[in-house]
Design a protein. Structure first.
Length: 64
């Protein structure tokens, strides 16, 4: 299983902003710091409402 990290808009459509294979890659592609992304994920886990964006983690099966 491989994990993909998505940064999506925090509205009902959840349009993707950036995608990465790791938090580091997501941070680089989005222009945010790794710590900011980790803090956003922690806030989401405890149930705080996201205003601008959300971070989603998706597990993808390898095709091999």
């Amino acid at each position: 299983m491989e994990k993909l990290y998505f940064m999506v808009m925090a509205d009902e459509l959840e349009w993707p902003i950036a995608v990465g294979n790791s938090i580091e890659e997501l941070a680089r592609d989005s222009g945010k710091s790794e710590m900011t992304i980790y803090q956003k994920m922690r806030s989401q886990r405890v149930g705080k409402k996201s205003r601008d964006y959300k971070v989603e983690v998706v597990e993808v099966e390898n095709e091999n």
